[in-house]
Write a protein that binds this ligand. Structure first.
Ligand SMILES: [Zn+2]
Ligand SMILES: [Zn+2]
Length: 252
């Protein structure tokens, strides 16, 4: 299994960066996990974006889904889908309604989206099978409904999506070969209710308790001190943590 970091930025793209988007490939199956600002451009550099097996969106924050709109324009107006088929687009529960709310301001857009995407909502209680990959979900602690995504093929990758610490997330990470963990907080800011993201230290702790083999931090601000992030995460992980590099591929 190969993971490619298309974008590691948080809610605002870092200079020269892109928001959330990860390409996961194994044999003939390729999944785009999240599709935030700037991701379509990067995806198109790497693969034929008309042919990904599926797009899965962890939650309906803009930095995780908004680029599916330019994606649709590309498919409809320029590139086309070779055989007239539609790309599977898997949204979280209630995602279709939110997408409709966003796109309905443009008269033609909801129809256009439906013409190029086979839009469905995943059922988080069920295992989703795409190609040879089994995908399972765990609801996270976040400001809107959000699901961590576990992708099991020959190896296992777990993506935290956006999440504060929770036992449910820890259980979902159990035994992962690679834990791709958000680290959108440099440290807890002492704001009451600020529980919707992880610090690097918390990511490391979850990875260690879950027995994850490898920890890669993502979804963080340019302004963070990367060396300090790695140190904090490595301390709690009990091994070398890494920072996601955009464009880089990781063999899981
Ligand atoms: Zn986010
Ligand atoms: Zn979010």
């Amino acid at each position: 299994m190969r993971l490619t970091i298309l974008g590691r930025s948080p809610a605002c793209p870092n200079p020269g960066g892109a928001c959330s988007g990860y390409l996961v490939e194994e044999d003939e199956t390729d999944l785009l996990i999240d599709c935030g600002t700037g991701i379509v451009s990067r995806l198109r550099e790497i693969v034929d974006y008309r042919r990904v097996s599926a797009i899965i969106i962890s939650h309906m924050h803009l930095d995780h889904f908004i680029d599916i709109i330019p994606y649709a324009y590309g498919l409809k107006l320029v590139s086309g889908l070779a055989d007239g088929s539609r790309l599977p687009l898997l949204l979280p529960p209630n995602g279709q309604q939110i997408l409709n709310d966003v796109t309905s301001q443009w008269k033609d857009l909801p129809d256009l989206m439906a013409q190029v995407f086979d839009i469905r909502e995943f059922d988080p209680s069920q295992t989703l099978r795409i190609g040879d990959l089994d995908i399972t979900f765990a609801e996270t602690v976040h400001y809107v409904p959000c699901w961590a995504i576990r992708i099991a093929g020959k190896k296992t990758l777990v993506y935290s999506a956006d999440s504060g610490p929770s036992d449910r997330l820890g259980a979902h990470v159990k035994g992962a070969d690679l834990f791709l963990a958000e680290a959108a907080l440099f440290q807890k800011r002492g704001v009451p209710g600020e529980q919707g993201h992880l610090t690097p230290g918390e990511a490391g702790e979850i990875a260690r308790k879950a027995g994850a083999r490898r920890l890669v931090l993502t979804h963080f601000w340019q302004e963070f001190d990367v060396e300090e992030m790695v140190r904090a995460a490595s301390d709690t992980f009990g091994g070398p943590a890494e920072v996601a590099e955009e464009w880089k591929s990781y063999l899981v």
